[in-house]
Design a protein. Structure first.
Lengths: 194, 181
């Protein structure tokens, strides 16, 4: 059975299995990475308004306004676990396609034990600048509460997390080290445009 | 062409009854083990569809059409912001793969959450059932845990060109039935 077709078939099957094997090794090599990093978050003035949320039922909900500073460098993305000693530190490792970073607020209200609201996010692709340094940045999404739980809420925590998207492998979700607590005022700001 | 057809039949003709039964049983074995693996994965992962193929570009550049996702759906695992969930909306046949943007969880564990595709500029309220503002746990098919690129492209091709699908299935079936070890 030495026809061209059978040879092609063999080559194809062999290529496929080699690729599958290599992909699996690539996944294994970074499986134990921690992807940890320090983050510095700070906020300027924080205000809260009570306005109708037309995207969700027209009821008056609390809407927070936050201006934030954010610093981190993604130099943490260590090399594959086995090769840490051979390759330079501080690069996206070979099994990272992109990072999805998101800044979220976490707080407790009377009717909900846990609230998490993403207020900003960013995609960093492989090869892009991975140093973040924002000053007085505005949120990307509105900080709506589910009800009226933001006013005089003194324990709202801002944290930065990232979801690592590999070339092939697991999709770890890592919380940055370093959070920031914000306290909302006990008075609503007047309902005008800012 | 005619020669080849003749070869096929010749192969079958040379089999005796036992061999023929054996071939048919072999075919049955393949089908049933595939089914067993799928159902077994369902039990292990807790998800009604443990492997899904990404069908849209709404999560680019993380996931492209044809990428493969492995899901789990353990009940005790809480839904948190930033996670990639696969959910099925009432009245829509195809499940959606998007990221969680907001979570509101009550003391008793009931949770309401909102999703958004990385590549979309607005959240998913427009995709939900009319009047629906939040997703709940019962709509979740699974959470993305593992990722392999490109592998699902065959599925996409088969979906886009149904004739291709039948051709492949027919070829595979014939091959297994006719081929002699």
């Amino acid at each position: 059975m030495n026809t061209a077709l059978s040879r092609l078939n063999t080559i194809f099957a062999f290529t496929l299995s080699v690729m599958a094997g290599l992909t699996f090794l690539c996944f294994l090599s970074t499986f134990f990475n921690e992807h940890k990093a320090d983050v510095a978050i700070n906020t300027g003035k924080v205000i809260v308004k009570n306005v109708p949320d037309y995207s969700a039922g027209r009821e008056k909900n609390d809407l927070g306004f936050v201006v934030f500073d954010l610093q981190t460098d993604i130099l943490f993305l260590d090399c594959p676990w086995l090769l840490t000693t051979f390759l330079p530190q501080g690069i996206f490792n070979w099994n990272v396609k992109q990072l999805f970073l998101y800044l979220f607020a976490e707080y407790e209200t009377e009717d909900h034990k846990l609230n998490q609201v993403v207020i900003w996010d960013k995609i960093i692709k492989r090869g892009e600048n991975s140093v973040l340094d924002y000053k007085k940045a505005n949120t990307k999404y509105y900080f709506w509460d589910f009800g009226n739980g933001l006013r005089s809420n003194k324990n709202v925590t801002l944290s930065l997390s990232w979801n690592v998207i590999p070339n092939a492998g697991t999709l770890p979700k890592i919380q940055g080290v370093g959070q920031h607590k914000i306290e909302f005022p006990s008075e609503y700001s007047p309902n005008r445009f800012q | 062409m005619g020669m080849m057809d003749f070869d096929f039949l010749d192969d079958v003709r040379r089999m005796n009854k036992r061999q023929l039964y054996y071939q048919v049983l072999n075919f049955g074995m393949i089908v049933s083990s595939a089914l067993m693996i799928w159902k077994g994965l369902m039990v292990v992962t807790g998800s009604e569809s443990p492997i899904v193929v990404v069908l849209s570009g709404s999560m680019e550049p993380a996931f492209y059409r044809g990428d493969l996702l492995f899901l789990t759906n353990y009940r005790e695992e809480p839904i948190r912001v930033g996670e990639i969930v696969v959910f099925k909306i009432e009245g829509r046949e195809i499940p959606i793969v998007h990221r969680v943007l907001k979570v509101h969880e009550k003391e008793n564990g009931t949770v309401k959450f909102l999703t958004k595709g990385d590549n979309n500029s607005v959240d998913d309220r427009g995709l939900y059932a009319p009047g629906q503002l939040w997703l709940e746990k019962k709509e979740v098919v699974g959470r993305a845990r593992g990722f392999v690129p490109y592998v699902g492209i065959v599925t996409i091709l088969m979906n886009d060109y149904p004739k291709f699908k039948y051709a492949i299935l027919a070829c595979l079936g014939l091959f297994v039935l006719i081929h002699r070890e």
